[in-house]
Design a protein around this ligand. Structure first.
Ligand SMILES: C[S@@+](CC[C@H](N)C(=O)[O-])C[C@H]1O[C@@H](n2cnc3c(N)ncnc32)[C@H](O)[C@@H]1O
Length: 344
């Protein structure tokens, strides 16, 4: 799984326990990101739909959620990964943009990423293996990047892991069916049908996923876009807008999403550092059922841990606080009570 801001690693077992205890047979993970939570639902036998606006999330969801492990030819998958792993590197757009113009990856790995991505597009575009191979490539690239976890900047000296050779691994798949859909949560939510349980984990402040993970977007779209700035961001990053990154727009956007959901149980994650306070969130959700809150103390992302540097590598900011609180809101509709849960 890739490094991802706001990824719910610690909360996953709690969310899984809640889904099981609620007896959910179907679930919706509307801001699925890495698909970590959707994977946990699927692993527990829940038929899950995973949606997000990001192209890379759609690829992860097609791989981990939509693909039924029992229908994958494991020999074909291993053979394809072995073949792709053996391709000689070829310097192209990726190497030039992310290893020469910027320094997100070492060139010897960038050249292999170029060659493998070209081959996936040319030879597997219409194959059921396509999302599996692309997921394997993104996750392999993430293990050898030279960042602190977001792609707004790369670190000054090569990160030690960036010297490791790119290694394609077989994605760990689960048996069962599910669905992957890409789109804006506000447009999708009314079109997806009924679910026993929905999990909402929207962005909670100005940090935009599209720009923080622009390289994965480009690796999936493979449109070789014009880029700008030190971090070589896609030019369309300039136009990207999500209401969930706006202090003014997030509340009406979330209200619209929650009101359009057709579910019995709703779980919402939100940070105490977000644009909606705990009191406001409770008021918003109470219109839809009884609300309970679990507060989880968690470590802030690594950028907050190491401080702020200017492009010359000089420390310019102070390290602020290192911990925040993640709230998990449990909402039960139709008078059904969600079971009590504790952190492990
Ligand atoms: C906090 S992250 C979700 C992390 C996820 N739960 C995980 O564990 O990996 C928020 C997600 O919302 C997505 N997003 C942002 N704006 C969106 C929108 N308007 N509609 C749908 N998804 C959106 C981002 O791409 C990002 O993946």
């Amino acid at each position: 799984m890739i490094k991802y801001l706001g990824s719910k690693r610690r909360l996953v077992p709690v969310l899984g326990d809640l889904a099981s205890a609620a007896g959910a047979a179907t679930a919706l993970d509307l801001f699925t990101g890495t698909t970590r939570v959707a994977q946990e639902f699927k692993r527990r036998g829940v038929e899950t739909t995973a949606t997000d606006i990001a192209r890379y999330s759609e690829i992860f969801a097609r791989c981990y959620i939509e693909t039924d492990a029992s229908e994958v030819n494991k020999d074909d998958l291993k053979e394809a990964l072995t073949r792709l792993s053996g391709l000689p590197g070829e310097a192209g757009y990726f190497t030039e943009t992310f290893c020469v113009e910027s320094r997100f990856f070492q060139p010897f790995n960038g050249e292999r990423i170029d060659a493998i991505r070209n081959a996936i597009g040319a030879d597997y575009r219409d194959s059921p293996l396509y999302p599996l191979l692309l997921t394997s490539l993104i996750e392999a690239a993430d293990r050898v990047d030279s960042t602190t976890g977001v792609q707004m900047a790369y670190v000054k000296a090569w990160a030690p892991r960036s010297s490791n050779p790119l290694e394609l691994r077989v994605p760990e798949l689960f048996v069962g069916c599910g669905a992957a859909v890409r789109g804006d949560a506000r447009d999708l939510v009314g079109t997806l049908g009924d679910f026993d349980l929905a999990y909402l984990d929207p962005p909670y402040n100005q940090h935009r996923y599209f720009t923080n993970y622009h390289i994965w977007e480009t690796l999936v779209k493979w449109d070789k876009p014009e880029v700008y700035g030190v971090a070589c961001k896609r030019v369309d990053c300039r136009d990207y807008h999500s209401p969930f990154n706006s202090r003014r727009e997030i509340r009406p956007a979330l209200e619209q999403v929650v009101a359009s959901l057709r579910v019995s149980h709703l779980l919402v994650s939100f940070s105490n550092e977000g644009y909606i306070s705990r009191e406001e969130m409770e008021t918003l959700l109470r219109r839809h059922g009884e609300v309970r809150v679990i507060a989880v103390d968690s470590k802030r992302y690594v950028g907050a841990q190491i401080g702020i540097y200017n492009p010359q590598g000089k420390k310019v900011g102070r390290v602020g606080h290192l911990r925040n609180t993640e709230y998990l809101y449990l909402v039960s509709r139709d008078g059904l009570a969600l079971p009590r849960a504790g952190m492990r």
